[in-house]
Design a protein around this ligand. Sequence first.
Ligand code: SF4
Ligand code: MG
Length: 313
Amino acid sequence: EGLTKYFKVGAGFMGVQRQTVHAVDGVDLTVRPHEVLGLVGESGCGKSTLGRLALGLLGPTSGRVMFEGRDITTLDRAGWKALRRQMQVIFQDPATSLNPRLNVGSILAEPLLIHGLATRQEAKARVAELLSEVGLRPEHARRYPHQFSGGQRQRIGIARALALRPKLVVADEPVSALDVSIQAQVLNLLMELKESFGLTYMFVAHDLSVVRHVSTRVAVMYLGKVVEVGPAAVFDSPPRHPYTEALLAAAPVADPHKVMAPPPVKGDVASPVNPPAGCRFHPRCPEAQDVCSREEPLLKQIEPEHLCACHFR
Ligand code: SF4
Ligand code: MG
């Protein structure tokens, strides 16, 4: 609700100005129980920051995050320990998010032991169970992260996120570091686990054409703002936000015979340090009019369940 996160950057001495990055700027967004909310945008749009705010891994500059009716931005240590179990994260690169010095058994047992949910003996059995849930074998517990392929390592990252039986999982680009050939396997696994365990996902990614296939709803972010949100099906046909149109046009085509490069979104992403006035997308928007550089378009409903922030939608 009204979620904002500003970061200070720059040295702040010898004439170098300290600057403010508007990473997330006034976002209202709901993740509904048991849905997959896809959160999409180019790098630097604030989607990962929003995911971290949702999990309480970062504190907001202003606004609040409600989880099942409780404001998590005001929780104390004990409150967090109870809640942390219910909210977990899967990172993009399992190679850097898994401790290389621990074997997989220890990596997966750690959260259970920290939360006092199992004795060492019980944790062993639970680790074997977790490994089979993600398509690995019990004997993999003795191996170390570097002894696995990228896809297997992401399965371990997923098992670790699921160890505490969370309700909400934020998956931050969970397949973008993987070979295209195994991305689908890992996506399928995530969807199977969602069904088996009644999970809710916030699925952060830059590729809208992938995300809309696994999402219940999709939110598109541009320079710290949500510019469009709606059921995945609304992204199949217009009316859509001009930025969403550009994202879809830039998506690689799955047909190997079409070798022509897709048209990219015109120009570079503007800086979140000094975001453009009015509509933040106006310097790149093919449909921009005078009003776009003066007035900020608010997120408004254009169809049932479908919100869009554009003066001309
Ligand atoms: Fe483009 Fe104007 Fe709509 Fe922004 S408000 S997306 S600049 S047409
Ligand atoms: Mg990111």
